[in-house]
Design a protein around this ligand. Sequence first.
Ligand code: ADP
Length: 255
Amino acid sequence: MIQITVKDVAYAYGRKQVLRGISHVFEPGTFTAIMGKNGSGKTTLLHCINKMAAGFSGEIHLGASDVRRLTLEELAQVTAFVPQGQDAVFGSSVFETVLLGRLPFMTWAPSETDYQIVDEVLAALQLQHFSTTDIRHISGGERQKVFIARAIAQKTPVILLDEPVTYLDIKHQLEIMTLLQELAQRGYNIVMVVHDLNLALTFCSRFLFLKNGNVVYGGDQSQINEALVESVFEVGASTMRDATGRRLFSFEVKD
Ligand code: ADP
């Protein structure tokens, strides 16, 4: 169980200030949706947490460890990262790709446990029948599932995902979101950049809204109202209830 503590984090690409003093605590056992308009700094924040954006100011701790002091190997035992839109350049099988998630834990060769973990994750994501297929020969959505499977196989207490469901069909979206929600309920700390507010409201337990590199809202969904959504996403927004009583938003272009 690992808490992510982000304190006063600022980041600039050259002269372009992208994060302007972000403070937020991501608690273990929660599934957080990071949301905001394109360019608001969501990916950059994930990159700071995962030490891919070097040179941020402020502090980020994973549990008690200062991220800056962790070696990449130590980091890979705490966080798994699923970047945006990964293309399969190399031809390896689905099984081999997911097995790569075990690399931070291997000494010189995969153990029986590593193989077993990969089998379990492939089964959980219904990817077993693709096990021996070259990842270049499956659909983009299925490939995305394989990359998520690789992160889950890493078995780290923290999983960071950058728009993992954006290009998936509805069935795959629901499968992935359900699995991530279950992992969070088991104590994992799941942090995901996502654009679909209604999908996030259905599955996520925490929300971090960014605007121009600032936190506009951090908390559960009880305080997410039309005015907040209109301001963060710069659209008209209204709420409604679906047949099960769930609160959802509809949107319209605002002049
Ligand atoms: P989001 O994920 O919310 O769309 P990003 O964190 O990707 O936002 O980007 C925030 C801003 O930083 C954007 O304006 C983007 O153009 C800029 N940016 C992102 N990556 C780089 C980079 N490598 N070099 C320069 N500017 C960048």
